[in-house]
Design a protein around this ligand. Structure first.
Ligand code: GLN
Length: 489
C-alpha cells in the first residue's frame, strides 16, 4: 500500500534497501537528543548503548538478507510509567527514583520482540496525574512549536520527543486524555485504544478501569502500524480482549456515506479558534462524502465529576503500594513503622498526587461512599448508555480534543480545578471505555496546533483510523508543520 505520510514504512524501506544502516539511523537520533533535549526536556532517561546494540542486531539481519518486520530497527520511546526490565521507570516521581523493574510490560515485550530501538524513557506528570507534565519531579516538557508553552500531559515527554523529531513514535498512556491532549498541543497524532484492546500488564497503575496504552506519532499511518502490533490478547491482563482485523489495512477505504456524529455539548466553553477549526473539519468530512449527524449528549455534563471521583478513588487504592517497605523511596529517620510509612509517603509524593489520594480516600470513606463513589459509578453507566445510543446513529463522533491550545509554562500549576476543567472533552471516552484519537486540524493565531478528536465505537479502531486517515490525507498540507528540532528525515 502506498500512502506517503508515514515515517515508519519509509524508514523500513531505506533500511531494507541499505540506503543507511540502522546503527547510522540510531546515531542520528542519539545526536539529536544530545543537541535538543535540553530545550525540550522530553527524555528523562536515555538508553543509547542498548539502542545501538539493538541497531547492530538489526544490521546483522539485513546483512544476512533477512526480511525485516516493519517496526524493526525504528527508533522510538516509552513513557516512563511503562515497565522496562533493568531500565529506570520512575513515573516522574521521587517515590520511584532510580527504580528499575525486574520485568517488562507486555507492550514493551511485544515491541522488543520486533527489535524496536528504544532511545530512552520520556517525561510525564507524576504518576500520570496532570495536563502539562509539570507535576513531574523532573519539571515540565516543552512544546517543540514554541518552548514557552508546555507539550501537554501527562504523556508530555512522548509528545515533545515525537513532535520534536527525537523519536519516530512513542507509547503513552491515557486515563483521561493523556495521549490525546499532548498530541493535540504538539500538532501530532495520538490514539487511545478501546479499554481492553491493549494489555496494561506492567504499566504502573493510576486508575485501572480507565488506563490504556496507545501510540503517539506524526501520522495516522504510523499510529495504525503500531496499534496493530500492540492490540493482542494478553493472559497477564484480566481485562484484555482479543481483537480482530488490521487497522492499517482499513486506512485507504473510501468514507463516502460514513456517518459522522457531532454534539453541541462538546463545544461548550471551547475557545473560538478551536471551535472554528473543528467546524471546518466537519466541512472536510462532508466534502469527502461523509454524512453529518447531529447528536444530543446532555449526559456529557457529568463527565468531569464522574472522572475525578472514580479516578481518584482508584488512584488512592493503587498508590497504597508505595509504602517504603517493598520498593521505591524510603524515609531516612523514623521511630516506628507507622511513622516510616507516613513520612515516606509525605516525602515521596508531590502535591498533585497527594491531593488526589486525599480526594480518593474521601469519596470512598464510610458516610461519603454512597453520596460520591456510588453515584459516580451509576452515572458512568448513564454515559456508557448515551454513547451506545449515539453509535446506533453514527460511525464516528467528531469533537475538539481540548477546548484550547497549549498552556503557557507554569499556568497549569496555578489552579488545579481550572486545569481539571480543561479535560472536559477527553474524559468522556475513558469513562465509556471507547477508542478515540487526536489528529491535527489547524493552528491558532499564535501558531500553536489545534487537535480534532475522533471517537469510535468499542473495538472499532479500524473505522476510527480510516476516518482519521482520510481527513489527514485531505488536509495534511495545511494542518501539519514539522518542528525544526531533531532529525529531519
Ligand atoms: N489530565 C488528566 C488528569 O489529570 C489526564 C490524566 C491521564 O490521562 N493520565 O487526570
Amino acid at each position: 500500500m502506498e500512502t506517503g505520510t508515514g515515517k515508519i514504512k519509509k524508514l523500513h524501506e531505506s533500511l531494507q534497501n541499505k540506503e543507511f544502516s540502522c546503527e547510522e539511523l540510531t546515531q542520528k537520533y542519539i545526536k539529536a537528543i544530545e543537541a535538543d533535549n535540553a530545550a525540550l526536556n522530553a527524555y528523562v532517561h536515555t538508553t543509547h548503548e542498548a539502542a545501538l546494540q539493538t541497531a547492530r542486531k538489526v544490521d546483522a539481519k539485513i546483512a544476512r538478507g533477512e526480511q525485516l518486520d516493519l517496526l524493526e530497527g525504528i527508533p522510538m520511546t516509552l513513557k516512563d510509567n511503562i515497565s522496562t526490565k533493568g531500565i529506570e521507570t520512575t513515573c516522574g516521581s521521587k517515590m520511584l527514583e532510580n527504580y528499575r523493574p525486574v520485568f517488562d510490560a507486555t507492550v514493551w515485550e511485544l515491541l522488543q520482540n520486533r527489535n524496536a530501538v528504544l532511545l530512552g524513557k520520556t517525561n510525564m506528570d507524576e504518576f500520570a496525574m496532570g495536563s502539562s507534565s509539570e507535576t513531574s519531579v523532573y519539571g515540565g516538557s516543552w512544546n517543540p512549536h514554541n518552548t514557552d508553552y508546555v507539550a501537554g500531559g501527562s504523556s508530555g515527554g512522548v509528545a515533545s520527543a515525537v513532535a520534536g523529531n527525537l523519536a519516530v513514535y512513542g507509547l503513552g498512556t491515557d486515563t483521561g486524555g493523556s495521549i490525546r491532549q499532548p498530541a493535540s498541543f504538539c500538532g501530532i497524532v495520538g490514539l487511545k485504544p478501546t479499554y481492553g484492546a491493549v494489555s496494561r500488564y506492567g504499566v504502573v497503575a493510576y486508575a485501572s478501569s480507565f488506563d490504556q496504552v496507545g501510540p503517539i506519532a506524526t501520522s495516522v499511518e504510523d499510529i495504525a502500524l503500531v496499534h496493530d502490533a500492540l492490540a493482542k490478547y494478553d493472559p497477564k491482563d484480566s481485562t484484555s480482549r482479543s481483537t480482530e482485523g488490521s487497522a492499517y489495512n482499513a486506512l485507504p477505504k473510501d468514507i463516502k456515506g460514513m456517518k459522522i456524529g457531532f454534539a453541541k455539548q462538546y463545544f461548550n466553553g471551547v475557545r473560538e479558534e478551536v471551535k472554528q477549526a473543528v467546524e471546518k473539519s466537519m466541512q472536510v468530512y462532508q466534502d469527502l462524502g461523509a454524512e453529518l449527524v447531529e447528536l444530543d449528549l446532555p449526559q456529557l455534563s457529568y463527565s468531569l465529576p464522574v472522572y475525578y471521583i472514580l479516578s481518584c478513588a482508584e488512584a488512592s487504592s493503587n498508590l497504597g503500594r508505595f509504602d517504603g517497605i517493598r520498593y521505591g523511596y524510603k524515609t531516612q529517620h523514623y521511630n516506628d513503622v507507622n511513622e516510616m510509612v507516613a513520612k515516606t509517603r509525605s516525602e515521596g509524593f508531590g502535591d498533585e498526587v497527594k491531593r488526589r489520594i486525599l480526594l480518593g480516600t474521601y469519596v470512598l470513606s464510610a458516610g461519603y461512599y454512597d453520596a460520591y463513589y456510588k453515584k459516580a459509578q451509576s452515572l458512568r453507566g448513564v454515559l456508557i448508555e448515551a454513547f451506545k445510543s449515539a453509535f446506533e446513529r453514527c460511525d464516528v463522533i467528531v469533537a475538539p480534543t481540548v477546548p484550547m491550545t497549549a498552556f503557557e509554562r507554569n499556568k497549569a500549576a496555578q489552579s488545579a480545578v481550572e486545569t481539571y476543567q480543561t479535560d472536559i472533552c477527553t474524559v468522556p471516552v475513558n469513562i465509556a471505555g471507547l477508542p478515540a484519537l487526536s489528529v491535527p486540524c489547524g493552528f491558532d493565531q499564535k501558531g500553536l496546533p489545534i487537535g480534532l478528536q475522533l471517537i469510535g465505537n468499542s473495538f472499532c479502531e479500524a473505522t476510527l483510523l480510516n476516518a482519521a486517515y482520510q481527513f489527514e490525507q485531505a488536509t495534511r498540507e495545511t494542518v501539519f508543520r514539522a518542528a525544526k528540532t531533531g532529525v529531519q528525515l
